[in-house]
Design a protein around this ligand. Structure first.
Ligand SMILES: Nc1ncnc2c1ncn2[C@@H]1O[C@H](COP(=O)(O)OP(=O)(O)OP(=O)(O)O)[C@@H](O)[C@H]1O
Ligand SMILES: [Mg+2]
Length: 263
């Protein structure tokens, strides 16, 4: 059982896309996967047209208005479940600042660990107490990034927050890796990748990069994970290969380095 948080300090870098497609690929490899839409803006529920169906979610479980099994939606293959954060009323946002409520979120996520091989959490890019909560229940973090200078400049902030959580709440929090997304193979990107490798050990960067593909927009329009689209998109192969690399890395264990010293 493993809980992976997908996060970044920069918006629009492919977090939601990664959670959904990586999660789906792991599920077809035979893992039981729960994708948790931990972004109050509802990235996943929005992109898979589940907005209405995920009106009730984690927040309703915490408020004792629903049971967990009533708010998890399953795909046809049953290995792939989606849990929304729930329909938030303005008061509910306060709960994300309240220590006791955050503790309850932890309890619920820990409970879910009994039923799935992987829980993959999507988060927003803001470094708030909700993110701290997710980090404190997660085993590892994946940080998607584009090869753009502003995305890369945002790493130190994520590392700093991870350090704080490691020191105070979850000493075992690991970094699975940095995932390059929306890769077009331009000269500028290639140069940026070389620069990145000078400051981040290569083994902390997933070998598999996710290529830029218009197909992601198509899948957003259709409201399904990339993988469910029938054509043989390269992009869908990318996420499948990423899933295999992740499984391989887990076999080899400790990819994590002392990244705190990097910046
Ligand atoms: N490999 C890709 N190629 C082309 N477009 C992509 C790719 N990955 C994601 N996108 C598109 O980029 C946009 C942002 O992606 P996504 O929503 O996954 O990012 P995010 O990090 O979750 O954003 P936010 O911080 O707002 O939650 C979306 O329109 C998505 O379809
Ligand atoms: Mg998102």
């Amino acid at each position: 059982m493993k809980t992976i948080l997908v996060t970044s300090a920069k918006g629009g870098v492919g977090k939601t896309t990664t959670v959904l497609n990586l999660g789906y690929c792991l599920s077809i490899i035979g893992k039981r996967v729960l994708v948790f839409d931990g972004d109050p803006q509802g990235g996943i529920s929005m992109s898979v047209n589940l907005r209405d169906k995920t009106l009730r979610g984690l927040i309703n479980v915490i408020k004792k208005e629903a049971k967990l099994n009533e708010v998890i939606l399953y795909a046809k293959n049953k290995n792939f479940g989606v849990l929304g954060i729930g329909n938030l009323e303005s008061d509910d946002f306060e709960c994300f600042e309240d220590e006791k409520q955050l503790e309850l979120i932890k309890i619920v996520i820990n409970k879910l660990k009994e039923f799935f091989d992987y829980i993959i959490i999507d988060s927003s890019y803001s470094m708030n107490s909700l993110l701290y909560t997710y980090m404190s229940v997660s085993d590892s973090v994946i940080i998607p990034t584009t090869l753009k200078i502003l995305s890369i400049k945002s790493f130190p902030l994520v590392f700093k927050v991870m350090d704080k959580i490691r020191a105070e709440k979850n000493s075992g929090l690991a970094l699975d890796g940095i995932l390059i997304t929306m890769y077009r193979g331009t000269e500028q990107e290639k140069n940026m990748l070389q620069e990145l490798k000078k400051i981040i050990p290569e083994e902390l960067i997933f070998k598999k990069m996710i290529a830029y593909s218009e197909d992601f927009e198509t899948s957003n329009i259709k409201g399904v994970p990339q993988f469910l689209l029938s054509r043989n998109f390269d992009a869908k192969r990318d996420y499948f290969e990423l899933a295999l690399e992740l499984l391989e890395r887990e076999k080899n264990e400790e990819v994590d380095k002392d990244y705190a010293e990097l910046f």
